[in-house]
Structures are given as C-alpha cells and as structure tokens.
Design a protein around this ligand. Structure first.
Ligand code: ZN
Ligand code: ZN
Length: 221
C-alpha cells in the first residue's frame, strides 16, 4: 500500500530508496546505500514557510541554556583547534551565538545563513573549521551543501556538525525530531560513516549529536 515513486537520495544520489514509514502528516523514505532517512520533496515547505518557522526561534546569544547546548560542539572543537583559528558558522540563524563563543576564545569566525546572514563571499575563503549546528537536517540538497562546505576547509581542518542521530525505526516512530516540518533529512551513525568513506576521511562522534569530520588531506576532494 505504500507505493511511492522512487525518489533519488538527496545525499548519495542513489535510486535505491524505499518507503520507511508514514506518520500523520508526512512520509519518510530510506536510502539503502547511505542509510539517510528523508522526506520526499512533495512534503517540503516553501522557502517562505520555512523562514516563518525560523523567525519564531530567535535564540538569544545571552541565554545560558542555549550556550550550554552549543558548548557540546564548541568545547570539543576548541580542544582540537590551533590558537587563533579561522572559522565559519554556516546556518547561524537569526541570533548568531556560536560564533561569539569561539570569538571569546580568540578565534575569528565568519557567519553565513541563507535567510539571516547572506554573505556569499565566504564561498571564496578557506577555513580551519566550519560549524553547522542544527543545519543538515534542514537541507534539501545535503550532497551539494556538505560538499561545498568540505571544499572550504583547509587540509587538517574540521567540519563540525550537530544534528540528532536517527537510531532505528521504532525510535524513529516516536521521535519528536521528525515533528518539525522543516526537518527533512535524518542522518544516522551509518550515514556519517558512509560520508567518511566517500570523503576518504576520519569521522569522530562526540556524545549523541556531535559529529566531527576531519579533513585529513589524504582524500581526493
Ligand atoms: Zn543515499
Ligand atoms: Zn533543526
């Protein structure tokens, strides 16, 4: 009964995608090659609807709870970065905070956001590190966006990602994370392992939702 037309995986571009599950408002597909769970295009919000949702979540850079949340990616990165590193916070949202936290430790950080900080010049630069917190689950074309970011990182640099990881189908069924209509890509540990193999580089998992993609320099990209 779940006959959806084959939809190409937005991460690995494979056609080997199949029905995963359906809830009251959307369907989810899974890619058997990279394990990405994703929402078919027909359920994607328009850019305008998407922005309206983000406008509701104006994070305050002074909010200690928000800072504690971001420290989960900020602290491990700081521990691995050289002094005075040059970074980019990609998808900083309407209240850039992570960039301030790095700056407080002597790093320099550019910000970029499709809706709130449209600075296309960042795509001409090279970075020691890039952060994308609560970003990848929103991407319509994660293959292109991740490739673009990875390309901007210097050899030896780090792409730090924060996203909740999909565990298995029974957990997915009850998962609050999929209730957000702007969440359309759900990565699992195997998805990032696939990415590490594809980029020929090392992936480091920290806690439940932080993934560091090291650009080791032995890859071809
Ligand atoms: Zn895939
Ligand atoms: Zn999100």
């Amino acid at each position: 009964m779940h006959n959806s037309p084959a939809e190409t995986c937005p991460l690995c571009k494979s056609q080997n995608t199949t029905h995963y599950l359906r809830d009251t408002f959307r369907e989810y597909l899974i890619c058997t090659d990279c394990s990405l769970v994703f929402v078919p295009k027909t359920f994607h919000l328009s850019e305008q609807e998407e922005k309206q949702r983000y406008d509701l979540h104006r994070n305050n850079p002074e909010d200690p709870k928000y800072r504690a949340f971001l420290s989960r990616i900020c602290n491990p990165l700081k521990a691995r970065l050289p002094k005075r590193a040059y970074g980019l916070d990609f998808g900083c949202g309407p209240g850039p905070t992570l960039s301030l936290m790095f700056q407080e430790s002597g790093h320099t950080v550019d910000i970029y956001d499709k809706f709130y900080a449209h600075n296309p010049e960042i795509f001409q630069r090279e970075y020691d590190f890039i952060t994308a917190t609560e970003v990848v689950e929103h991407l319509k074309n994660p293959q292109r966006e991740l490739q673009k970011l990875y390309h901007l990182i210097k050899p030896g640099g780090i792409l730090g990602i924060m996203t909740k990881l999909a565990i298995d189908k029974s957990a997915f069924e009850k998962w609050h994370y999929k209730r957000d209509p702007t969440h359309i890509c759900f990565f699992s540990k195997s998805t990032f392992e696939w990415l590490g193999n594809t980029y020929k580089t090392e992936i480091e998992f920290i806690g439940a939702d932080v993934i560091l993609i090291h650009k080791t320099g032995k890859g071809h990209r």
